[in-house]
Design a protein around this ligand. Structure first.
Ligand SMILES: CC(C)(COP(=O)(O)OP(=O)(O)OC[C@H]1O[C@@H](n2cnc3c(N)ncnc32)[C@H](O)[C@@H]1OP(=O)(O)O)[C@@H](O)C(=O)NCCC(=O)NCCS
Length: 165
C-alpha cells in the first residue's frame, strides 16, 4: 500500500480549489451520500470549518495520486467531531481507515480537543470499536440509517497505523 495521508486545514483556501478536494468530494458522494440516498455534495455544510484528512494512493515519486479515503475533524466546544469517514471500496480492509483516524486524533490532540466523537453508522460500529472508541447512548436514525455515538479520549488513543503529526 503506497498511501500518503495529507491534511487540508480550515483557512487553507488553496485546498478548497484544488484537485485533491474535488476527488475527496467525489469519494464522499460515492461511498457515503449515494448509498444513503443523500444528493451529491449534500453534506458539505461543515467543510470550511473542518480539518480534512485524505489518503492519497500512488503519490510516491512525484506522481499525481488518487484520493482513496477521507475523514473530517470539526472542532467543537465539547471536543472534535469526526465526520464523513470513507474509504474506496477497493481499498477497504487494508488499513487506510485506521491511518486516517490516527492522523485525525493526532491533530485533535495538537488542537487541545480532549475527546473525539462521531455518529457511527451501524455497519462501521465494529471499525470504531476496533480502534478503541466507546459506545454512548442508544441507537438513533440519521438519513434513515441507524447510528450510535462513539468516542475516544484523544490522549488515550493508541495509533497503530504508524502515523504521527
Ligand atoms: C468503515 C470504513 C471507513 C473502514 O475503513 P477501512 O480502511 O476498511 O478500515 P481498516 O482496514 O483501517 O480497518 C481497521 C481495523 O478495523 C477493522 N474493521 C474495519 N471495518 C470494520 C467493520 N465494518 N466492522 C468490524 N471491523 C472492521 C479491520 O478489520 C481492522 O482490524 P485489524 O486492526 O484487526 O486488522 C470503510 O469500510 C468504509 O468506508 N465504509 C463505508 C462508509 C462508512 O460506513 N463510513 C463510516 C461512516 S460512520
Amino acid at each position: 500500500m503506497g498511501v500518503l495521508i495529507c491534511e487540508g486545514a480550515p483557512g487553507n483556501a488553496a485546498y478548497f480549489v484544488g484537485r485533491t478536494y474535488q476527488q475527496e468530494r467525489q469519494l464522499r458522494n460515492e461511498v457515503l451520500l449515494r448509498p444513503a440516498g443523500i444528493p451529491d455534495f449534500g453534506w458539505e455544510m461543515f467543510d470550511r470549518e473542518a480539518h480534512h484528512f485524505v489518503a492519497v494512493d500512488g503519490a510516491a515519486d512525484g506522481a499525481v495520486g488518487q484520493v482513496v479515503g477521507c475523514v473530517l475533524l470539526v472542532p467543537k466546544e465539547d471536543g472534535g467531531k469526526l465526520i464523513q469517514m470513507a474509504v474506496d471500496p477497493r481499498q477497504q480492509g487494508g488499513g487506510v481507515g485506521r491511518l486516517l483516524v490516527d492522523a485525525l486524533v493526532a491533530r485533535a490532540q495538537v488542537l487541545g480537543l480532549g475527546r473525539v466523537y462521531c455518529d457511527a453508522r451501524e455497519k462501521a460500529e465494529g471499525f470504531y470499536d476496533r480502534l478503541g472508541f466507546h459506545r454512548e447512548g442508544d441507537w438513533f436514525l440519521e438519513a434513515g440509517i441507524p447510528h450510535l455515538k462513539m468516542w475516544v479520549e484523544s490522549a488515550q488513543y493508541v495509533p497503530m497505523g504508524g502515523c504521527s503529526l
